[in-house]
Design a binder for this molecule. Structure first.
Ligand code: UT7
Length: 323
C-alpha cells in the first residue's frame, strides 16, 4: 500500500523576539504570571514585511532543502492557516507562485490550532488516493495581526511563525513498522464557537476582527478532548503510549501539555515542548516543534511520533506517523 512518508521538514520565524517583560509596560501583567500559567517565555512577532505567505514560503523552502528537493518535485500544497494574506485567493496559491510553481494545485485549510494536524491527514488522503505524489504541508500564522493588544488575557499568549513538512508517496507493507502516516483521528464541535473565535469576517462585519477567548473554558475542555482523540488514534493503530518515541502536541499551554501526557501515560522525556520559545502559534506550533526536535537530534528516521492539536471551533485531532 502507499504511505505518505516525511521526506523533509523546515521552519521560519519572524526576526523580532518579544519577551514576557516587554508586555509589562503595555498591559497589567508580569513575566511571573505568564510563565507560571502558560510556560511561555517569549514569542516571535512579524514585522510589516513578514506575512503568512513569506513565512510559509521560507518554511517550505527549508523543508524542500532538507529533503534534497526543489519546487518542481511538488504537486500539492496544503497550507493550514487562520491568518491568510488575503480573504482570497488562498495563501497556499500565493506560496505556490512564490516558489515559481505553475503546476500542481494548492489550497488553504482552516481548522485554527488543529490546522496542521488536519492538513497532514488531508494530504495523506490525496497521496494515498493517487491525486498527488509529493505534498508540501505547511502551517503558517501571523496571529499578531488579529490580537487585541490591550487584552492581557489573550495578547501575551500568541506568536507568529511557520513550519512545513514534505510528504512523499512510498510503498509500505500496511503494517505499523512502515514509515509515514499510520493513523489519524479528527473531530470538531461548533457548539463551542463562542469560547474561541475572531469577532469579524467578510460575511458578517466586513472587517478582519480580533481574537476573543474564554481561556478558562477552553482549558476545561482541552485535556479531555485531546486524550479522547489520542486514545482513538492508539486504538486504530493498535499501539499504546509505551510504543511512542515522541509526543509533539500543540503548544498552547505547558499545563495542558503536562496534564494530557500524564493522563495518557506518556513519559515526560518523550514530550516535545517549545511553548516557552514560540508561544501559541496556532497551526504553526506542531511543525515548529517538530523542526526543533529534528534539528536537535531527538526525532530520528524510524521514530514513532504522535502529533496532536486542539483549538477554535472547537476542532481537535491526532496523527500517528513513523518519521
Ligand atoms: O490554542 C487554542 C487553544 N487555547 C488554549 O488551549 C488556551 C487555554 N487556556 C489557557 O491556557 C488558560 O486558561 C490561560 C493561560 C488563558 C489563563 O490561565 P488560567 O489559569 O485559566 O487563568 P484565568 O483565566 O482563570 O485567570 C486567572 C486570573 C484572572 O484574574 P482574577 O479574575 O482571578 O482576579 C485574570 O484576570 O489571571 C488574570 N489574568 C492575568 N493576570 C496577569 C489573565 N490574564 C493575565 C495576564 N497577566 N496576562
Amino acid at each position: 500500500m502507499i504511505r505518505s512518508v516525511v521526506r523533509g521538514n523546515g521552519a521560519a520565524l519572524p526576526r523580532r523576539i518579544m519577551k514576557n517583560a516587554d508586555f509589562e509596560g503595555m498591559v497589567e501583567t508580569s513575566d511571573e504570571w505568564i510563565v507560571q500559567r502558560t510556560g511561555i517565555r517569549q514569542r516571535h512577532v512579524a514585522a510589516d514585511d513578514e506575512t503568512t505567505a513569506s513565512l510559509g514560503e521560507a518554511a517550505a523552502r527549508a523543508a524542500l532543502d532538507s529533503g534534497g528537493l526543489t519546487p518542481a518535485d511538488i504537486d500539492l500544497i496544503v497550507l493550514a492557516t487562520s491568518t491568510p494574506n488575503n480573504t482570497f485567493p488562498a495563501t497556499a496559491v500565493e506560496i505556490q507562485n512564490r516558489l515559481g510553481m505553475r503546476h500542481g494545485f494548492a489550497f488553504d485549510m482552516q481548522a485554527v490550532c488543529s490546522g496542521f494536524v488536519y492538513a497532514v491527514a488531508t494530504a495523506d488522503l490525496y497521496i494515498r488516493g493517487g491525486l498527488a505524489k509529493r505534498a508540501l504541508v505547511i502551517g503558517s500564522e501571523t496571529f499578531s495581526r488579529i490580537l487585541d493588544w490591550s487584552d492581557r488575557s489573550t495578547c501575551v499568549l500568541f506568536g507568529d511563525g511557520a513550519g512545513a513538512v514534505v510528504l512523499e508517496a512510498q510503498d509500505g507493507t500496511g503494517g505499523i513498522a512502515d514509515r509515514g502516516v499510520l493513523a489519524a483521528s479528527l473531530r470538531s464541535d461548533g457548539v463551542h464557537k463562542e469560547k474561541l473565535f475572531v469577532d469579524g469576517g467578510p460575511s458578517t462585519t466586513g472587517t478582519v476582527g480580533h481574537l476573543r477567548m474564554e481561556g478558562r473554558e477552553v482549558f476545561k475542555h482541552a485535556v479531555g478532548m485531546i486524550t479522547d482523540v489520542i486514545e482513538a488514534t492508539f486504538a486504530e493503530a493498535g499501539i499504546t503510549a509505551e510504543d511512542l518515541d515522541w509526543f509533539v502536541p500543540h503548544q498552547a499551554n505547558k499545563r495542558i501539555i503536562d496534564a494530557s501526557a500524564k493522563k495518557l501515560g506518556i513519559a515526560e522525556e518523550k514530550v516535545v515542548v517549545t511553548v516557552d520559545l514560540h508561544g501559541n502559534t496556532s497551526a504553526a506550533s506542531v511543525p515548529l516543534a517538530l523542526s526543533v526536535a529534528v534539528a536537535d537530534g531527538r526525532i530520528k528516521k524510524g521514530d514513532l511520533v504522535l502529533l496532536e492539536a486542539m483549538g477554535g471551533g472547537f476542532t481537535w485531532g491526532a496523527v500517528l506517523l513513523r518519521w
